[in-house]
Design a protein around this ligand. Structure first.
Ligand SMILES: *[C@@H]1O[C@H](CO)[C@@H](O)[C@H](O)[C@H]1NC(C)=O
Ligand SMILES: *[C@@H]1O[C@H](CO)[C@@H](O)[C@H](O)[C@H]1NC(C)=O
Ligand SMILES: *[C@@H]1O[C@H](CO)[C@@H](O)[C@H](O)[C@H]1NC(C)=O
Length: 387
């Protein structure tokens, strides 16, 4: 049987892809649109003007209506859909708040100070700022020089610091380093023996320790990108449409995809990436749609590296909850990631300032036969290099 969807993930930093469409009418499970992100931002900054507050948007997404409301609307789609609301997680003056913003009432209908010990999703901006701080940290620059390395070939990445039972009072990240100079597979050349911790509330280096200088792995044999491989290989997919007629067997109505007897709604979220909802199958015998899945997405990917050494013990990525599957999704490439008959769909998430960030072609929908390669590797830190 053909599977109409495909998703691609990359390592601790991943990418995705899936669907899209111009919506004819709003479906209760439609992801927030760019203009809705802007409206949310306007409503929140009206209550918390950035001139008076340290305000960052850590997460903005659809506040999903209750299931009975969605099901009731589904039984009569001409009826008024449930109110459009957004769930917004902000850092406000160094505290986390969870807001519900009602888009039609244009107001914050719930505003809760978060009292737990966790921290919200990271923003790309604060990770970049932390990495840049570290790159300018004098003791680090001296260490790079002492090791005989060229700072222009050093790439930084950020990692969460883990939790070991202590009382947390700071939001901090560890910055880790990799050396290119002959490879773009940065993880194969970690610069070890240095620990840098960045306090991302105060945006300053809070700890720097240097222990030893273990040997740097060689670059030789690690740069296995398509262009350097012998024999070279081209696009994974043939440019010719896979069906002789070039016709697609599925169609979009707004964000609802119909294919054969199947129907489902496609969404995109900063935290979890692609979301497939309300999958149903038309039962020709009973002459009705059978609901087979209400809502589905990758709720988390946890990568505990389980290496107890100083540089690695804290490496326990929660890919969705800390970094965001949607935020780290990359654009899909025609013929490399998706075949010629794919429909590409853009995704949006809120940047740290609350403005929508567009990820073009982040999802694609296509029909395929089983047996295709399912993934491709890419690094957010070296965005212009293809592996
Ligand atoms: C914003 O954060 C900076 C750095 O921590 C602090 O100096 C300043 O007082 C904060 N402003 C407000 C309004 O909290
Ligand atoms: C960079 O790589 C080249 C080629 O392998 C090598 O000759 C050179 O010493 C390296 N430079 C530094 C500063 O690491
Ligand atoms: C350091 O790397 C940069 C960027 O790759 C390169 O342009 C420069 O020549 C290198 N410097 C040395 C001393 O190798």
């Amino acid at each position: 049987m053909a599977s109409p969807l495909k998703i691609t993930l990359f390592f601790c930093i991943f990418a995705i892809f899936l669907v899209s469409p111009i919506t004819s009418k709003t479906h209760p499970l439609d992801s927030l649109t760019p203009s809705e992100f802007l409206l949310v931002r306007a409503i929140v900054t009206q209550s918390y003007p950035t001139s008076h507050h340290n305000l960052t948007f850590q997460y903005v997404g659809l506040e999903e209506p209750e299931k009975p409301l969605v099901k009731s609307w589904l039984s009569k789609p001409s009826s008024k859909p449930p109110p459009r609301q957004a769930l917004v997680v902000i850092r406000l003056n160094h505290q986390t708040r969870e807001l519900i913003v009602d888009l039609s009432k244009r107001s914050i209908v719930s505003d809760r100070l978060y009292g737990g010990s966790g921290y919200p999703l990271l923003t790309i901006e604060e990770q970049e700022a932390a990495a840049n701080l570290a790159l300018k940290h004098e003791p680090f620059l001296e260490s790079i020089k002492r090791r005989g390395l060229n700072i222009s070939e050093v790439v930084c990445s950020t990692q969460t610091i883990g939790w070991y039972g202590e009382l947390k009072t700071k939001r901090e990240l560890k910055v880790t380093y990799y050396y290119l100079n002959g490879t773009i597979n940065m993880y194969l050349r970690p610069i070890q023996g240095i620990t840098i911790v960045a306090d991302i509330e105060e945006m300053k280096i809070s700890e720097y320790t240097e222990r030893d200088v273990p040997p740097l792995p060689k670059a030789a044999g690690t740069d296995y990108r398509a262009s350097t491989i012998t024999p070279p290989f081209g696009p994974r997919f043939n440019a010719a449409p896979p069906t002789s007629s070039g016709q697609r067997g599925f169609k979009f109505d707004g964000n609802v995809v119909s294919w054969a007897n199947w129907k489902f709604h496609l969404g995109f979220d900063a935290r979890v990436g692609p979301v497939i909802s309300l999958a149903s199958f038309y039962d020709a015998d009973k002459k009705k749609h059978r609901q087979v899945m209400y809502r589905s997405f990758i709720s988390e990917l946890f990568f505990p590296y389980q290496d107890p050494t100083e540089e690695w013990y804290h490496v326990t990525f929660f890919d969705c909850g800390e970094f965001g599957f949607g935020i780290y999704a990359v654009s899909l490439e025609p013929l490399n990631d998706c075949p010629a008959n794919a429909v590409f769909v853009d995704g949006y998430y809120a940047g740290q300032d609350g403005k929508p960030v567009r990820v073009p072609d982040v999802m694609c929908v296509f029909e395929r036969h089983s047996g295709d390669v399912m993934w491709r590797h890419s690094e957010a830190e070296i965005p212009n290099q293809k592996v």
